[in-house]
Each structure stands twice: as C-alpha cells, then as structure tokens.
Design a binder for this molecule. Sequence first.
Ligand code: 13P
Length: 256
Amino acid sequence: MRMKLIAGNWKMYKNSQEAKELVQGLKDCLSKPLENACVVVCPPFTVLKEVCQVIDGSSIKLGAQNLYWEKEGPFTGEVSAGMLKNAGCAFVIIGHSERRKYFGETNESVNKKIKAALENDLTPIVCVGETLQQRQNNQTLRVVEDHVEGALQGIASSDILKIVIAYEPVWAIGTGVNATPKQAQEVHKYIRSLLGNMYSQEVSKNLLILYGGSVKPDNIGDLIKEEDIDGALVGGASLKVDSFTQIVDKSIKANV
Ligand code: 13P
C-alpha cells in the first residue's frame, strides 16, 4: 500500500516567532510516530533553520518551496539544492502554479530544478495543474500531460520513484472551491496512466500523487478515499495547528 503524505505549503507567511509557534504546536499534536505516513512542512527560506530545530526528534519533515538549479555562483536572490539540504530539508516544492504565474517558471526550469533536487537527495514535490479557462475548454488532461512530460524529461527510471507529484488545479488554489473527489481522481488516474506509459506499471502503481487546492478538514476525508489520491499539499489550512492536524489525522485514518 502506498503511504500517505501530507505537506503544508506555508507560502509567504510566518515570521520567525509565528513559525516557531506553529511548528511547536504541530509537534505537540503529532507526537506519536506515524505509520506508513509522512508529514512535511514547507516554510519560507528565512525560517527553515528555526523550524528545523523545533522539529528535531519528531516525525515532521522539512521542505522548501523552491530552489535554483546551479550549485553556487553569482545568482543574487537564489538558493541552491545543496543549501536547502544543508539547512535540514528533505523535500522541496517545485513548479508551483504561483511560481509559473508570477515568476516565469516553465517546464524547462521545473525539469532542471527536479534534477538538482535529486542530485542533492531532496524529494521534489512537483506541481501540475490546469487553469479554470483550460478546464472550461476541456484541456485539463492535455495540460497535465504537458506538465508531467515536461517536468520528467530525462529523469531515469532509477530516480522516478524519488519524486512526488501534486495535482493542483489552479482554480482550486486559495479559492475555497476544491476539485470534487471525482474530478481529482480522474486526473490522478490519468497521471498514473502517463507514468505507466513513460516508465512502467510498477512506477505507475507506486509513485505518490497528492491533491492540492482548498484542502480543508471537512473535505480531506472524501478526497483521500479516492483510489489514486495519496495525500495532500495544503496551503491556507496548513497555517493553523488545528486545521492541519485534523487534515493529517483524517488522512492517516484512511489507512486503516
Ligand atoms: P490552498 O490550500 O490555500 O488552496 O493552497 C493550495 C496550494 O497552493 C498548496 O501548494
């Protein structure tokens, strides 16, 4: 059985004090070791170190929200995969739609970033998903296929299971309107079929695919029941101890 993975994308929220309070609260609530499940928090770069110190000794893992693919050099404002590893990260979100929209992220840059993450032993959480207009024009599966194929260009079969994919329909992000379990399941299943064609049935069966977009305590239960949904990438609801721990609890319960 595939494990459950619940990741919180804190986006550009939380100063040092707020970050420490939030993650301490999560640590207190998630004190039991997790069975066949993983919880990740992805704070802004500025508080990675502090969050890392708080989660030490717990089952919560650390992730970042972006990286730059070069090892080091004159790239003002950028942070490398090696630096993230050094700061205690195990995961990194790559290709979030906000980065595609506001910061010119393309399939090519996403692909380079995934390779840099893998070289540094970081698990990339690769985001794919269509806009509202694309969905209305019946282009959802085509867009997702383009994102998946573009992201995974040249990724060897020996590395592919080190990657996590997150299906995040852009129209569901921060809107309060989540994809229905049926809509999400259709795309997740399609992604599995793509992986089967590109790699193998084993990869298709084992790769983790998360859903993201207005995940809340009251909708996670139905989403996680779907066969091809292995967890969630949570934005707004990951910023509060209560809502994030409820999402984690409900996802884990689906395992039993
Ligand atoms: P919301 O959960 O706030 O809709 O954000 C989802 C997201 O973008 C996670 O990466």
